[in-house]
Each structure stands twice: as C-alpha cells, then as structure tokens.
Design a protein around this ligand. Structure first.
Ligand code: AVI
Length: 326
C-alpha cells in the first residue's frame, strides 16, 4: 500500500479544516465544503444512506454495472494490459462486479484503488486477497490528484480510471471542469474514464433521496457541525440547526443546507473566532448535480474526452459514461 496523504510541509490537516471553516462561515452567504462530511462517523452514515429506500443512486449504478459487466470489460481489456484505477474506492462493492468479470475473462490488468481512508484501503486489500488472490492489487492512500500524479510517474501502462457514484456531481460546475481537465492531464492517448452520473428525473424522486423519512441524511448533514465540535473545539449546539434540502429543476441541482433555528453566536476554538447566525440563516453544505447526457458529453469535450459509449440502468435514471481520450 502506498501512502501519499501526509502534507509535504508536515503541517496538520486540521489547520486546513479550520481555515476552510473560518472562510466559509465568514461569507455573507455561509457555506462549508461537503468533502468534510466524511470523517469516520460521516462515512458510516453515508453507508446507511446508500441502503435507504429513497436513495436510488447506488442501486441504479449497481444495476448498470451488473447488467453491462461483459461489455464494459471488453471495452477495457481489448488492447492488452491496463491499470484499473478506482478513485474513491471505499469498500469497492460495485467495482468488484467488474473485477470478477475481468478475472473470469482472464484479462490482463492490475487494480489500483485510491482513497483518502487508509483503513478502508487496508480492509479492501485484505478482502480482495481473500476473495480473488489472483488479482494484483496496489492500494494508494491519498487525494485524487496526488494519486494520479504518482500513477503517471510510476505506472507507465494504459490506464482505465473509474469515477463512480456520481461523485462528480458534488463539485460546482466550474470545479467539475477543472477536475476533469486535471485528470485528463495525467492520462495518455487511449486511456479511458468510466464516470457514474445521476440523470435528470422526477424532481420529487430526487428530493426524497436527499430528505429521507428516517432522517439519516439529516444526521449526515448535521454531523458536519459535530465534527467541527470534535476536531476544532467548536461550540455548536447542534439541536439548534436543522437539515433542509431543495431541488432546482432548472439547474438540475440538489442543494443541502443547515438552518439556524435561532439567533446565536458560536465560538470555534481552532479558528480563534466567534461566528454569528441570525434566526433562519442558512449554511450551504452540499450540491449534487443531476445531468442530461448532452451536458456530460460537453463536460468531457471541454477537457479532451470523447464518449465511447453510455451504459444506462433500466429506468434511464443513472448512467455510467465511458470516455476515451481524444
Ligand atoms: C457522494 N455523493 C455522490 C452523494 C450524493 O448523492 O451527492 C453524497 C450524499 N449526500 C447526501 N446524500 C448522499
């Protein structure tokens, strides 16, 4: 396992977290970056979200991969050996469908899961060694770009990058272009990208997926305040905030907020500051974009990717888009 996550200057990660929190909470329209959802507790809550009846995304992508595994593997493997790089691999439950199929077809590849969680990568390596000992696995612990840079320098063969789960949807539109263009800069001619995207659909279906009846998504959102309390010495009274989710069908974006239920001041030790909240003031915590395929095509084109093929689920509500480099 390769660990790339330590900062070069040895500075602590909490410094960056405190700075991002202070920056976000000092804006006129307050916001907090959604990447901070995923501490141990947040990752556990996200696992629960993926099992919720309302959260259709994971099941839909599971169906896409299950139903199209043979075709996908043929697209990946027909030019000989490749590295299959899985960005944000987690427990790789979905990717294992493809790994099993690749093994069945005796394809020549190795598997490079990339994740910020060292524990998740340790567990995944162990479970793959037990389930499929014939598969070469080299887990990389670190941020996506550091990992891609490392791969470009250390793995010269053809690459197939997986970016599943509609994770691209959590970026602002501008950031998603920057992200894809940086990814493209680490890839060469003939490399491929399989990207999961949640598609436009009935707005109520989308809204319910982010405002479930059991309140798990609310807990997931509010955990961000608990995390600030735990890690940065924050003094949020979390009960005085509520989860609020809304979908804008014009833009195709699901937005989540934390709403202050009263006027209050909150001190956060590691920022050295107190932040004021008016009654009903919102903190914007997440965007989840929903796409038309044409938009996904344009997004790829802006960065030198062209669509090779699109795999849909049976409801045409989710797609895994296979891009190749132009
Ligand atoms: C990780 N990401 C794709 C999820 C999504 O659907 O935007 C995160 C999530 N937020 C609330 N529920 C799920």
């Amino acid at each position: 396992m390769i660990e790339l996550s330590r900062t070069e200057d040895g500075s602590n990660k909490n410094g960056a977290f405190a700075k991002d929190v202070a920056d976000g909470l000092s804006q006129k329209q307050k916001h907090l970056p959604s990447r901070y959802f995923y501490d141990g507790k947040g990752s556990q809550l996200f696992q629960q979200i993926m099992d919720l009846p309302e959260y259709y995304l994971t099941r839909a992508e599971f169906e896409v991969l299950t139903d199209n595994q043979e075709a996908m593997v043929q697209h990946f493997a027909h030019e000989g050996f490749f590295h299959m790089i899985d960005l944000g691999a987690g427990d790789a439950l979905k990717t294992k469908i493809l790994i099993r199929q690749l093994t069945k077809q005796q394809s020549s590849f190795d598997y490079v899961p990339v994740d910020i969680s060292g524990d998740a990568m340790k567990q995944l390596t162990k479970s793959l060694q037990e389930e499929m000992p014939e598969v070469g696995v080299q887990a990389v612990v670190g941020e996506y770009f550091k990992a891609l840079q490392w791969l470009q320098q250390n793995k010269s063969e053809r690459k197939v990058v997986l970016f599943l789960g509609s994770n691209i949807g959590n970026f602002e539109m501008k950031e998603s272009v920057e992200f894809l263009c940086s990814m493209r800069s680490y890839l060469g001619a003939g490399d491929k990208l399989l990207m999961g995207v949640d598609l436009r659909k009935d707005p109520d279906t989308i809204l319910n997926a982010y405002d479930d009846a059991a309140g798990i998504t609310a807990e997931f959102n509010l955990n961000l305040l608990h995390r600030i309390n735990r890690e940065l010495g924050g003094e949020f009274d979390v009960d005085q905030f509520q989860h609020y989710a809304m979908y804008n069908p014009l833009e195709g974006v699901m937005r989540s907020f934390l709403i202050s239920l009263k006027e209050q001041d909150v001190y956060i030790r590691d920022t050295g500051r107190t932040f004021h909240f008016d009654a009903w003031e919102a903190i914007h915590t997440e965007n989840s974009h929903k796409y038309f395929i044409e938009q996904v095509k344009e997004l790829g084109q802006q960065c030198g990717f062209k669509i090779e093929t699109v795999f849909y689920d049976s409801r045409r509500g989710f797609a895994d888009v296979l891009f190749t480099t132009e």
